[in-house]
Write a protein that binds this ligand. Structure first.
Ligand SMILES: [Fe+2]
Ligand SMILES: [Fe+2]
Length: 276
């Protein structure tokens, strides 16, 4: 059961005058990564082959992720009527693959797999919350709120299953932290960067990871406020088994915020970095 349907979004309220040109490329890239959720369900189905409850939950989860992609793609086509979501997504599918033929988690354990999934949902939940608050375009605002609520439920879903596996697999804190940190840094890998390329660059232009992740991150980082990072850090801490609202979480959130600001200034170019 999905929690909302695309036709419940008030598409008629779309207001072109409130579309921020800098947001459109970000939405196009996100639409493709989300739309690609089906492959992750296949992969999770293999990793958790003897766990029918989780498999059922993962199948349902992927339907929601695909719907996120469809809603964002539809919005991007309203914002940029010349953009062809299907064509861009086909291009993405042709060039980017996740390892769906794995028969065990690439994280080394099922607990690890679920911690990695928690990190992804922490990122998306924070990002769509921030994007909903950053945009004034009413339809995008509404889509981002609906998606952010789904992502938070996804976090809880993977978290609950992770706790169940942790009771059997006994993965230590250091290992859990390492998996969490590893998955967070992977956000700079090809998945988003290549989606940015396929969504926004002409077919004749060759893919360049550095250029694309830089362009994507510069835009994405500009929507965050400290409160989003603080809340996200609480979720990271909860997922690895540390107090989500303790002193260490607060210190880590402030450090992450400073790193994000630093990275954003660097991506904005030498002039912005010098002015800061
Ligand atoms: Fe999503
Ligand atoms: Fe999600």
């Amino acid at each position: 059961m999905k929690h909302w349907r695309i036709d419940e979004v008030p598409w008629e309220r779309f207001d072109r005058s409130k579309v921020d040109a800098g947001t459109v490329p970000l939405v196009k890239a996100a639409a493709m990564v989300e739309r690609n959720g089906t492959d992750y369900a296949i992969y999770l189905g293999r990793v958790f082959h003897d766990d029918p409850d989780f498999r059922q939950a993962a199948d349902n989860w992927s339907l929601e992720e695909v719907q996120h992609g469809e809603a964002l793609g539809k919005w991007a086509m309203l914002a940029d009527p010349g953009w062809d979501f299907r064509a861009a997504f086909d291009r993405y599918r042709a060039g980017f693959h996740i390892p769906i033929d794995a028969d065990a988690s690439i994280r080394g354990s099922r607990t690890g797999e679920l911690i990695a999934r928690c990190m992804v949902e922490t990122g998306t939940s924070s990002y769509y919350t921030a994007l909903a608050e950053a945009t004034t375009e009413p339809v995008l605002q509404q889509i981002c709120r609906l998606i952010a609520a789904d992502e938070f439920r996804h976090f809880k879903l993977f978290y609950d299953h992770m706790r169940r596996y942790l009771g059997r697999e006994h993965i230590g804190m250091v290992r859990r932290l390492r998996i969490a940190a590893g998955r967070i840094t992977e956000s700079e890998d090809d998945e988003l960067a290549f989606a940015y390329h396929c969504g926004n660059e002409p077919t004749e232009q060759a893919y360049d990871h550095g250029r694309c992740i830089g362009a994507y991150m510069a835009g994405a980082m500009s929507v965050y406020r400290f409160r989003h990072i603080e809340r996200g850090m609480g979720m990271v801490f909860k997922a690895v088994g540390l107090p989500p609202r303790g002193r260490l979480s607060g210190v880590s959130a402030r450090l992450a915020w400073r790193l994000l600001q630093h990275r954003r200034r660097r991506l904005a170019g030498p002039e912005a970095a010098a002015a800061a």
